[in-house]
Design a protein around this ligand. Structure first.
Ligand code: MG
Length: 272
């Protein structure tokens, strides 16, 4: 991609996994939007929900830049799309997470959005951090101090999410606006990855695989090898070049994307 505020390279991979009969995840990896959705509802309703959400977000593909307002409008369309799905069972729903490229005052930014327990990570300057904060029962327990982060992977409520698109939820997503640096790598993934691979392994794959498609393929392969108990979807996008990245980018006034209540809690990962 060229002519925009960032030059990008990207890759994506998805797999049904070893246990599930259907793949209910969906993704879009078309500049400037890179998102993953993990549907729920069973009997194909989950697949329809994630596809409807990704279709609404994917409508932003081809733009030179996506603003916060653009993404909010697309999110509202995603909610409408998911609600329109007929299902004989409980209302279908989906997570969404990922990143859009945004130009602000001539600088390049990562505009991250999240609702649910899929995740977006940033690898920058040799460190991987989790940008999104899970909307999950276990995250609430961690926040309250009731359990430690190390208990999350085995907690009986580890699959319970507290916000979603559809599924009877009126919830809104969280947003983050992060200045982009040349060499940044973003990872959006469903929980089929993060429930198989710990943070260290994810970081190692991101660090060792130069090509974003190779990184996506390796992460999915490792999650499958570890058990593949859920659908696995991975989108990796690299900032190969960023306009004006020698400047110290500051958000212009009027940008209110960073909600103080939802600042990324840096889950700092060890560098490989
Ligand atoms: Mg899942």
């Amino acid at each position: 991609m060229s002519g925009a505020v960032m030059q990008l390279a990207w890759g994506a991979a998805t797999d049904r996994g070893r246990k599930r009969r259907e793949n209910e995840d969906s993704y879009v990896a078309r500049p400037p939007v890179f998102f993953v959705a993990d549907g729920m509802g069973g009997h194909e309703a989950g697949a329809h929900a994630s596809a409807a959400a990704i279709s609404a977000i994917g409508a932003l593909a081809g733009r030179p830049s996506v603003s916060l307002q653009d993404l909010e409008v697309a999110f509202a369309a995603a909610v409408d799309g998911v609600r329109a799905i007929r299902s004989e069972r409980a209302a279908p729903g989906t997570t969404i997470t990922g990143v859009a490229v945004s130009e602000q005052g001539g600088g390049g930014y990562w505009l991250v959005m999240n609702i649910g327990d899929s995740r977006t990570y940033l690898r920058s300057s040799g460190r991987t951090t989790q940008v999104s904060v899970d909307h999950s029962a276990v995250q609430a327990l961690i926040d309250s101090g009731a359990i430690g982060p190390e208990e999350a992977a085995t907690h009986p409520e580890r699959s319970v999410i507290t916000r979603a698109v559809g599924a009877g939820s009126e919830a809104q997503p969280d947003f983050w606006m992060l200045p982009a640096l040349r060499g940044d790598r973003l990872l959006a993934c469903s929980d089929g990855l993060t429930k198989e691979l710990d943070a260290e392994r994810i970081d190692r794959a991101l660090a060792e695989e130069r090509d974003p498609q190779a990184a996506a393929d390796r992460l999915v392969a490792e999650a499958l090898a570890h058990g593949g108990r859920d659908n696995i979807t991975v989108v990796v996008v690299d900032a190969v070049g960023v306009a004006a990245d020698d400047d110290d980018p500051t958000l212009p006034t009027g940008i209110h994307a960073v909600d103080d209540d939802t600042r990324p809690r840096s889950e700092l990962l060890e560098g490989a």
